[in-house]
Design a protein around this ligand. Structure first.
Ligand code: CTP
Length: 398
């Protein structure tokens, strides 16, 4: 529920703007107050009259509207909300946000706000996949901007692919996650997830079978309990959850840097399947067969152990550090030893033998090992494991 919450909704100029009218309706159904802001371009798609009628509120349009400035300055407008939502977030608006431009009301509000910002990108598939947009997305996510979507599907321009704005109800879910009032409100939790890719040369890499499903579910459950989540993910199969700060990395060393940059945190959950080794003699150009029939010799170097590093921090250690132990034999004994060796508070142990179907599957059977002993959980969906773990974390941080 969003009762009593105030949303500043910036509508960008794209065909998906018509869905923003439904979004206003859905947000209000849940009790939110919606203050709409239209850009010049969005007025080509929706009218100020229909927007204001649905919002039951005045629509803000122009930075230099002196009446508005007299009533409520743009600084105040940007801060009176609990959350700023940009839907649709066009390529142009994303670029403005990345560059820090403030040349109209929407971009000025986005620069002036001290509240969290959630964007729902929508654009043509080629514009979405353009390196400039992907660069901007990574920068915005790194700045803590929350994202929802885009979805994959047919687009108004006749093409198919990622770029459709998320459906209004999915955006409402992301708004609720971003504003969740739960036992973890005010707590910063970092979560690592997914595999890492360790390059051999520019086209080949060493990876593992982690899909990122469990780490993603954990981040989503923590956010649903109100936590401020930094989600550091390797190249996973599943999309990151909405309502969290996403940092995308490729290698173990990049993951370590991202974790260091995200600290301090109240709790840290290390669900990533980090490669233990990287190729030390990785080639800067594609390795070629030389005709001799001899395979190239790869030399390996050990990657930093991110979990152990954080667990053993003398200063600034999170209050609760949770590791995972992916084992194929003697699961409990190995995981218990791993907890001691790494110095974390809890280890979530799972059997990743191929016959369990856990790695890459939708279920998980885990034991949680702490200084209180071992708790064996039944086989549950990864979402259920995540919800149970998030609740346990909330209990430990209370
Ligand atoms: N981990 C990490 N950094 C690494 C390796 C592992 O942070 N370089 C974390 C994982 O995210 C997980 C835990 O350590 O939380 C255990 O990972 P696992 O692969 O089970 O253990 P390893 O340390 O790789 O030990 P081993 O290979 O001996 O089982």
């Amino acid at each position: 529920m969003l009762a009593g919450k105030r949303i500043l909704l910036i509508v960008g100029g794209g065909i998906a703007a018509f869905k923003s009218l439904d979004l206003i309706r859905r947000l209000r159904e849940r009790g939110a107050t919606v203050t709409p802001v239209l850009t010049k371009a969005s007025e080509e798609f929706v009218t100020p009259l229909s927007t204001s009628a649905l919002a039951g509120q005045k629509v803000y349009r122009d930075l230099f509207d002196l009446t508005d400035e007299a009533e409520m300055g743009h600084i105040e407008l940007s801060r009176a909300a609990n959350l700023v939502v940009v839907a649709p977030a066009t390529a142009d608006l994303m670029a403005k946000m990345t560059a820090g431009l403030a040349n109209d009301l929407a971009s000025t509000l986005l620069m002036a706000t001290d509240k969290r910002v959630l964007i729902a990108p929508a654009m043509n598939v080629r514009m979405w996949e353009h390196p400039a947009t992907q660069r901007n997305l990574a920068t915005l996510q790194g700045d803590g901007i929350l994202t929802v979507g885009p979805d994959v599907g047919d687009m108004a321009c006749g093409e198919h692919g990622p770029g459709r704005m998320s459906e209004p109800l999915a955006i409402v879910d992301a708004v609720e996650a971003a504003l969740a009032d739960g036992p973890l409100k005010g707590k910063h939790v970092l979560v690592t997830s997914g595999p890492t890719h360790e390059p051999i040369d520019p086209v080949r890499y060493i990876a593992n079978r982690s899909s990122g499903a469990q780490g993603t579910a954990i981040a989503r459950s923590l956010a649903a309990l109100g936590a401020d989540v930094t989600f550091i993910t390797g190249p996973a199969d599943v999309s990151p959850p909405s309502g969290v700060k996403v940092v995308k990395v490729q290698t173990a060393r990049e993951m370590k840097d991202a974790v260091d940059a995200a600290l301090p945190a109240d709790a840290a959950v290390f669900a990533a399947a980090v490669a233990d080794w990287r190729v030390e003699n990785a080639s800067g150009s594609k390795m070629k067969k030389d005709g001799s029939g001899k395979a190239p010799a790869l030399e390996f170097a050990e990657n930093p152990d991110i979990l152990a590093g954080v667990s053993q921090l003398k200063k600034g250690r999170p209050k609760l550090v949770v590791g995972f132990a992916a084992e194929t034999d003697d699961v409990e004994a190995n995981a218990t030893a791993k907890r001691k060796r790494k110095g974390c508070d809890w280890i979530v142990a799972n059997d990743v033998s191929p016959e369990t179907g856990i790695m890459g599957g939708s279920e998980n059977a885990v034991s949680v090992i702490s200084d209180q002993g071992t708790e064996v959980w039944p086989r549950l969906s990864k979402d259920q494991v995540a919800a149970k773990l998030a609740k346990r974390i909330a209990g430990a941080l209370a």
